[in-house]
Write a protein that binds this ligand. Structure first.
Ligand code: SF4
Ligand code: SF4
Length: 509
């Protein structure tokens, strides 16, 4: 047992229940000598995950295909927004400071939608975790998806687990070098493609592809492709499970968020123990002795992408991908035994079964209801504000110096800088009125009145416009030191309005 524990990583040591129990027992009874001979750092064991077939593997393939197809192809999806807007469905347009997502267009001042989206993403993650553990890690996390793809390439070129291990343990031949060269070239190609797809979200994809191919794209595009090529190659090709074990904070957060009712990939030791070969199990059972269903074939360990032996109990290294379930089910099928020796289950249910009670599942409980309610509220508020948001807006900044000017006829004048926002994809004419003063005249600086005498501000499609405005108060009664006034922006065609409150300053009584 000691030797086995010493080969485990630190996380595995502290999260594997048997290992934890041993450490606690040793500490309590002083049975073990001081651990001077136990290295503090566990060297990395290279993992050669074996291919496996089954339900969870199929689900993972499907998720991999769908998520990668979305990632690589989405920049090429077109979305007609009219003649004055980009036609890319998903576009982060930094030069014009816009984010386009199909029919939704987010302006910089609406960045709170991003905050709402991040809150939603976090709560959805919490909900997944409360229902079925690390579903995100096992199926949807980009590190998992790309590592899975890199594993598939590795098996294709270097063979499955046994063949790959044998070739690595022998003296390397020309064939070994050639295979490894092909594998790394394919990895680099996928990594480069990944970086290439990333930059397409920041510019018109077909145009940028042409520019990249002809060497006329901006330098920043090549730089980002280079950075993402290198990071994808190292993270998915070389670091693999190390990212999950040591770099990612989510396993630690997840461990703090989970409860005893969350389903996790669980070895049902109530059914599996004591482990013994199929033949020995038959003999033991024939003599009325207990024998578990686990035949200690280690298939569940060999298929694990993080090298975990789930039979040791809950483990931070387990990303809950379910591949060990497929591996064990295949063995059980071969032996003619019931599947499900490893399954999505809870330790609580194992204890229930050991006590002769019925297992139970509680997907609906206080925390899942709470998470679902928060998702519904945040999502609902976001949808409502998106559906009802104004297509015009205005900001007003009062001049700081001077705060007011007294004209030769005794009237008072205040200056303002107005920024008008037009979120529609067409030209719009606006007028501005001011309420709150008894006798006022407003004048846009440098804007000649039209034939009808009105001063209209024309704002281009999907644009903002800044104008200078002076407000003059002709009333004979001098205004107070500060008077609240209301600016009204009116679209003269549609009548849509936006209102902003500010102040008119004077010398006071
Ligand atoms: S695959 Fe199943 S039978 Fe084989 S060692 Fe793992 S739990 Fe035991
Ligand atoms: S122990 Fe099983 S579920 Fe966990 S990472 Fe390994 S194969 Fe996936």
């Amino acid at each position: 047992m000691t030797a086995r524990v010493r080969t485990m990583s630190l996380d595995q040591q502290i999260t594997s229940e048997p290992a934890l129990a041993r450490l606690v027992a040793e500490a309590e009874i002083g049975a073990a000598p001081p651990d001077d001979d136990v290295p503090l750092y566990a060297p990395r064991r290279k993992i050669y995950p074996q291919s496996v077939r089954g339900t969870f593997r199929n689900v993972k393939w499907a998720v991999l295909v769908v998520t990668l197809a979305i990632y690589y192809l989405l920049p090429f999806v077109r979305w007609d927004r009219g003649p004055n807007a980009p036609s890319q469905a998903v576009l982060i347009d930094f030069p014009n400071r816009r984010f386009y997502f199909f029919s939704i267009e987010i302006w910089p001042q609406e960045v709170y939608y991003l905050t709402g989206l991040l809150i939603l993403a976090a709560i959805v993650l919490f909900l997944m975790n409360a229902v079925a553990g690390r579903v995100w890690c096992g199926y949807l996390c980009p590190q998992t998806v790309w590592t899975d793809l890199f594993f598939a390439i590795e098996r294709l070129v270097e063979g499955d687990r046994r063949e790959h291990m044998q070739r690595d343990s022998r003296n390397w031949t020309v064939e070994t070098y050639v295979r490894k060269g092909i594998k790394h070239s394919l990895w680099l190609f996928v990594a480069w493609w990944t970086g290439g797809a990333w930059v397409l979200y920041f510019a018109d994809a077909p145009t940028l592809v042409k520019e990249l191919a002809t060497g006329t794209a901006p330098f920043i595009a090549y730089a980002w492709i280079g950075i993402l090529t290198v990071t994808t190659y190292f993270l998915a090709g070389h670091m693999r499970e190390q990212v999950c074990l040591y770099m990612c904070p989510w396993p630690r957060i997840q461990a703090a968020l989970t409860d005893e009712f969350a389903l996790n990939v669980t070895y049902r030791y109530d059914r599996g123990e004591p482990r013994c070969s199929a033949k020995k199990a038959e003999q033991l059972r024939a003599h009325g002795q207990p024998a578990g269903d686990c035949v200690d074939c280690l298939q569940c360990v060999h298929v694990c992408p993080t090298g975990v032996d789930i039979r040791g109990g809950a483990n931070l290294g387990c990303i809950q991908c379910g591949l060990c379930i497929d591996a064990c089910d295949a063995i059980m099928n071969k032996l003619g035994r019931a599947t499900g020796l490893i399954a999505y289950d809870t330790d609580l249910n194992i204890k229930e079964r050991l006590e002769g009670k019925q297992p139970f599942y509680k997907p609906v409980r206080l925390r899942t209801v709470l998470y679902a309610a928060i998702i519904a509220v945040v999502g609902g508020v976001m949808l409502y504000t998106l559906a009802t948001r104004d297509s015009e807006g205005m900001s007003v900044i009062h001049d700081r110096n001077p705060m007011y000017v007294r004209l030769s006829d005794g009237s008072l004048r205040n200056g303002y800088t107005i920024r008008i926002v037009n979120k529609q994809l067409k030209y719009r004419d606006f007028i501005i009125s001011v309420d709150g003063l008894p006798s006022t005249l407003i004048d846009f600086v440098g804007l000649p009145p039209r034939a009808d005498g009105r001063q209209l501000v024309t704002v281009g499609p999907d644009q903002t416009k800044e104008v200078r405005l002076v407000v003059t108060d002709y009333s004979t009664t001098p205004p107070a030191a500060s008077t609240s006034i209301l600016f009204k922006l009116i679209d003269i065609d549609s009548g849509q309005t936006a209102e902003v409150r500010d102040h008119f300053f004077g010398p006071g009584q």
